[in-house]
Design a protein around this ligand. Structure first.
Ligand SMILES: C[S@@+](CC[C@H](N)C(=O)[O-])C[C@H]1O[C@@H](n2cnc3c(N)ncnc32)[C@H](O)[C@@H]1O
Length: 293
């Protein structure tokens, strides 16, 4: 059973109205999409994802509400097109549950994880772009070190990059994990390859660029009084969301609804360990003439 993260909090902050139009920018397996759709009467939810496999599963998992859902295959940079295709210009709520889904992460064939061997792919959209293998086997050592340092917040990035370059060609997820582990032995509870895998995944999918695009266009996608809810699992993402929401607040365009990020409750973390690093933030677009307060 798929458990959408911080579902109650996300739904409450989206303030779903039965006649509203919603955009789930990260449909994944359709968990949050279903919860939004359940609350609709005449409204609609646009369920977007850049992963066609996920969209197919989301479609199956949300079947009882099919009449209220429009699916869209695309990146954050293509969300305006998603709205246009659904025949709407603005939405009343936008949800972004960032990162990869449990399913993407745990399917060895997708190459995101080192818990089982698989091809070094890591693309959320497997139809396009460079794979993790392309990246680790063809990036210059200093550039590789920079990206592992910046995106993985890995202090030992230079050592890791040197070991990767020496071990090329890297052929699989376990091969990469082994090379990293030999270069930087374990010092704490985290597997030594965790940060490197995170950095490579973020680079392969241009996650920082995608989040920037989402945060930039969000105010244009939302109607007055419309709300945006984000769930981040990485501190880099959460910092970006916090900064952008505050900026929109200062500009008088939005009201920040979460002074501090909401965290999952103990019960949720006990039930679903994957939720433990989640941080939820929300903002509301201010109606023209109203003060952001
Ligand atoms: C954490 S999962 C979402 C899970 C979903 N909320 C649910 O309840 O099933 C994130 C999903 O967002 C998608 N995704 C991440 N970044 C994206 C982007 N830039 N554009 C489109 N989809 C993206 C991933 O493919 C993944 O399916």
């Amino acid at each position: 059973m798929h458990l959408p993260v911080m579902a109650a909090e996300a739904i409450e902050l989206l303030a779903v109205r039965p006649d509203g139009i919603y955009l789930d920018a990260t449909a994944g397996l359709g968990g949050h999409t279903s919860l939004i759709a359940q609350r609709l009467a005449t409204g609609m939810v646009i369920a977007n994802d850049r992963d066609q496999q996920s969209l197919a599963l989301a479609r199956e998992n949300t079947y009882p509400y099919a009449d209220r859902i429009r699916f869209h295959y695309g990146t954050f940079g293509e969300l305006e097109e998603a709205l246009a295709e659904a025949g709407v210009s603005r939405v009343n709520g936008l949800l972004a549950d960032l990162g990869v889904s449990r399913r993407q992460l745990t399917d060895p064939e997708r190459g995101f994880s080192f818990s089982a061997d698989g091809p070094l792919d890591m693309r959320m959209d497997q139809t396009t772009g460079m794979t993790a293998a392309d990246l680790v086997n063809h990036t210059a050592e200093h550039a590789l070190a920079d990206l592992i340092f910046q995106l993985g917040e890995e202090r030992r990035a230079r050592k890791v990059a040197r070991a990767i370059v020496r071990a090329r060609p890297i052929r699989s997820t376990l091969h990469l994990a082994d090379v990293v582990e030999r270069a930087v032995p374990r010092t704490g509870p985290l597997h030594p390859a965790t940060r490197t895998f995170q950095a490579i995944r973020m680079a392969v999918n241009d996650e920082p660029g995608e989040l920037d695009r989402l945060l930039k266009i969000a105010p244009q996608l939302l109607a007055e009084g419309g709300r945006m809810v984000t769930i981040s699992f990485m501190s880099l993402d959460d910092r970006k969301v916090k900064t952008r929401f505050r900026e929109l607040g200062r500009m008088g365009r939005a009201r920040v609804l979460t002074k501090h990020p909401l965290l999952p409750g103990e019960e949720e973390v006990a039930r679903n360990a994957a939720s433990r690093s989640a941080k939820l933030r929300a903002m509301e677009i201010v109606a023209a003439g109203e003060s952001a307060g």
